[in-house]
Design a binder for this molecule. Structure first.
Ligand code: SF4
Length: 284
């Protein structure tokens, strides 16, 4: 690998570590997980690891013959089914599950969402926007699911958002071709890193490094971003870095004191599996 390519890849690795969030640790779809169940898990995830949400979905799947039954069940029955299997926040998750199922049914008069994996990214986004209850990272998760359902090593098409943010960070030329972006990111999207790193890149590109008004002052990778430095000016850049560093120190102190108060450690995310194309639509 040429020196410049190695340096860019190392730069991307550093950037990814700064962009990570625990909620991005989403594993691939399981072989019997259909689109409705995948999206329901993302809705139920909240700030918890995905594994907790997947457990909630599996409990409901085992407790009811059909997702329509969950939709129309009494709230306390759904809550009790979750609580019996020790799913945390069973009341809140019962409410969210039924709200989600009712919205899906309200939009299309049935609960089969497997068409999402054959649709364009724009159509998926449209449905997610109509549902209003899906988290922001649901869109890139579904994009990745859809690409993988077409082939084990497929990646979604490179988005203009991603091209823009990587170019601003000088990790690619100013108007990169898809191949140049893929050469850069593909080594960081292997195995268990696939979903977390892909989500981190996409979420940053979509929500922080916006096209017209990039939020450089809140950007976790401002330090070392030539475009951000130019946009803020040297004084603005210095002040923004100081503010972010003070905010990080404050947040770190808050977390330490909360951990001491509760006596609890961090939660683990993860899970393994392989994405595949078909799903058990009859449950929807
Ligand atoms: S500092 Fe600004 S331009 Fe640079 S990556 Fe962050 S949001 Fe984008």
């Amino acid at each position: 690998m040429a020196k410049a390519t190695t340096a860019r890849s190392a730069g991307l690795g550093t950037l990814l570590r700064k962009l990570h969030k625990p909620t991005y640790r989403v594993p691939p779809r399981e072989s019997d997980e259909n689109a409705l169940e995948r999206l329901l898990a993302l809705v139920l995830q909240g700030e918890d690891p995905y594994s907790v949400a997947r457990q909630a979905v599996k409990v409901l799947r085992r407790s009811y013959a059909h997702w329509n039954e969950v939709r129309v069940a009494r709230r306390f029955e759904v809550r009790d089914a979750l609580a019996l299997r020790r799913v945390p926040q069973s009341e809140e998750r019962a409410l969210k599950a039924q709200e989600f199922l009712r919205r899906v049914f309200g939009l299309q008069n049935h609960l089969d969402l497997d068409w999402l994996y054959d649709a364009t990214s724009e159509r998926r986004e449209k449905l997610l926007a109509s549902l209003t209850v899906a988290p922001e990272h649901a869109a890139p998760v579904l994009d990745l699911d859809a690409a993988l359902s077409e082939g084990a090593d497929r990646l979604p098409p490179v988005s203009t958002d991603l091209k823009r943010s990587l170019a601003r960070l000088s990790l690619t030329p100013s108007s990169p071709k898809d191949g140049q972006v893929l050469d850069l990111i593909a080594p960081h999207l292997k195995g268990e890193k696939l979903y977390p790193n892909y989500l981190a890149l996409q979420m940053h590109a979509r929500l922080i490094c916006e096209s017209k008004h990039p939020r450089c002052r809140q950007c976790p990778v401002l330090e070392g971003c030539p475009h951000g430095k130019r946009a803020l000016g040297s004084e603005g850049y210095r002040v923004a870095l100081e503010e972010m560093s003070a905010a990080a120190r404050k947040a770190g102190a808050g977390e330490d004191s909360a951990a001491r108060g509760s006596g609890k450690g961090g939660a683990k995310g993860g899970g393994k599996g392989r994405a595949r194309s078909s799903s058990s639509a009859q449950r929807a």
